[in-house]
Design a binder for this molecule. Structure first.
Ligand code: AMP
Ligand code: ZN
Length: 511
């Protein structure tokens, strides 16, 4: 696939979409390679362990980008890869293969390990309401193509050592432009491989040392071994999206080594100075002071831990959206709790206003499909144009989710749309339009869905409801002593009764 022009119509008007391109360190208008289309590649997880919630921030970001592109009217093709081979314990060719290491430590087949953690990652993707990409590309499915790619660049750009085939980073123009470093300066990395010509040179093919076998190894012109980690993304992005494609994403750490190396490979393969993708976008890190985010540190923060403690995963999604993707975000349980409260508050408004109105209008079953997003070509004909255009302008300016969240909250509030004659239906369609980008399922999620039982809870929801009913009865009979006993009974199970809670919650589990 090359840069073929298709006759897909360009998306309808709205604010121009501007995105921060790490290559130029500037905001740039999004100008698709193929009119009307957006082709995006996101570096996926290395599946030797569970993803931590920091990793998942990278995919909430990629999903927000993808949702925005779809909302802006582009036909999106998104690819996320699964790294099941080749990523060493250090990004710069030092250490062992993370998957081989995990397999050796756990005395398990490397293939089983990769499958187990890929599925765990996919479960997190689903829980966070991250849309499925068009392709999940699995690195080990592309090894023959990686060998072909390496063969094509070997003569002009690589040299062979006993340990493998290495890419000479001085053989391409402007190596390290993305990271703003060169081949020899600006890096604090030590050179772990004997014979490398420049510290930044990296492995294209890693030979299996004599006398050893790896669980994953393939024959190649450079001997039996495994591909270098960076190769897979160059090969799979070109195979599935064609060079050049529109946007390549990853966490900010990839701006330093992995993406500069991909770019060097792409330049070598295309015999040009072209980086392969027009824009390179990076999310900043989720940080946690006590270091629980490092996969190698034993216990670390997984999405399942949040769920086990009683937090709905969409509260974490909201927490991510509250920060701009280019800002560092500090994780704290208090912060997560605040995000959960914010989500509860939104759902409370929706419940009171929307569902009750809906029932009052004689509709027996609530159906969010009644409130479809407002298509772009109808914007000019509706009363809420100004409101929706403000939202459009904010999200189009480098995905400003912290700015659009309060706009969504405002849209739910009566009369804020300026004209009391605006129908409720239209108001909820405005919210639906915004939620296309936010992905919070605002019109289908129910308040009670946010109630997740912590793993160590000693009472289930039915039990709580029946004690609460008995307590209510005792109160009606003015038997307050008995009502208090029921309240204490619940307290002993870690359930706090919340009479008169402004958000309308009747109970809460301590976690
Ligand atoms: P890995 O599985 O280590 O290859 O990482 C998967 C994705 O998560 C990559 O895009 C990383 O850049 C990104 N990432 C790693 N740690 C964090 C973090 N603490 N916060 C945000 N993104 C991260
Ligand atoms: Zn990658």
């Amino acid at each position: 696939m090359g840069a073929v022009m298709t006759d897909t119509p360009a998306p309808a008007s709205g604010a121009p979409l501007r995105l921060f391109n790490s290559l130029t360190r500037q905001l740039e208008p999004f100008a698709p390679v193929h009119p009307g289309e957006a082709r995006v590649y996101s570096c996926g997880p290395t599946v030797y362990n569970y993803p931590h919630i920091g990793n998942m921030r990278a995919y909430v970001f990629a999903d927000t980008l993808g949702r925005t592109l779809t909302y802006k009217g582009y036909r999106l093709t998104h690819v996320i890869n699964i790294t099941d081979v080749g990523h060493l314990t250090d990004d710069a060719d030092a250490g062992e293969d993370k998957l081989e290491k995990a397999a050796a430590e756990r005395a398990q087949s490397i293939w089983d390990i990769a499958r187990h953690y890929t599925e765990a990652y996919w479960a997190d993707i689903k829980a966070l309401n991250i849309r499925q990409p068009a392709h999940w590309s699995i690195a080990t499915d592309y090894v023959p193509q990686m060998i072909d790619f390496a063969k094509a660049i070997a003569d002009k750009h690589c040299y062979e050592l006993d340990s493998g085939l290495y890419f000479d980073t001085t053989s391409v123009a402007d190596y390290g432009r993305l990271a703003r470093h060169g081949t020899d300066e600006g890096e604090s990395r030590i050179d772990p491989v004997d014979g490398k010509r420049h510290p930044a040179d990296f492995a294209i093919w890693r030979k299996t040392p004599p006398g050893e076998t790896r669980q994953m190894e393939w024959d190649s012109p450079w001997g039996r071994g495994a591909p270098g980690w960076h190769l897979e993304c160059s090969v799979m992005s070109e195979a599935l999206l064609g060079f050049p494609f529109d946007i390549h994403t990853g966490g900010i750490d990839h701006r330093e080594i992995h993406h500069p190396n991909e770019i060097a490979q792409n330049q070598a393969h295309s015999c040009s100075a072209d980086s392969g993708a027009r824009m390179w976008m990076h999310n900043n890190f989720l940080v946690e002071r006590s270091g629980k985010m490092s996969k190698s540190s034993g216990e670390f923060l997984r999405l399942q831990l949040l769920i086990d403690k009683g937090y709905h995963p969409l509260a974490y999604r909201l927490m991510c959206l509250q920060a701009h993707y280019r800002s560092e975000l500090e994780f704290s349980w208090e912060g997560l709790g605040a995000a959960l409260t914010r989500l509860k508050r939104m759902l409370k408004v929706i419940e009171v206003k929307l569902w009750r109105e809906y029932k009052a209008a004689g509709q027996p079953v609530y159906d969010p499909a009644i409130f479809p997003p407002i298509p772009r070509d109808e914007w000019d004909n509706i009363d809420v144009t100004g409101f929706i255009r403000d939202f459009d302008a904010a999200i189009s300016e480098d995905l400003n989710t912290p700015k659009v969240l309060p706009m969504t909250e405002l849209a739910m509030v009566e009369n804020v749309l300026g004209d009391p004659t605006i129908s409720n239906q239209l108001r909820w369609r405005v919210v639906a339009t915004m939620d296309q980008v936010l992905g919070l399922n605002l019109l289908s999620l129910k308040r009670t869905d946010l109630r997740i039982r912590p793993k160590n809870a000693t009472i289930d929801e039915e039990g709580i409801t029946s004690v609460l009913e008995a307590r209510q009865l005792a109160r009606e009979q003015k038997n307050f002593a008995q009502a208090d006993e029921f309240r204490n009974l619940l307290l002993n199970h870690g359930v706090e009764v919340m009479d008169g809670d402004p958000l309308g919650w009747d109970w809460r589990l301590e976690n």
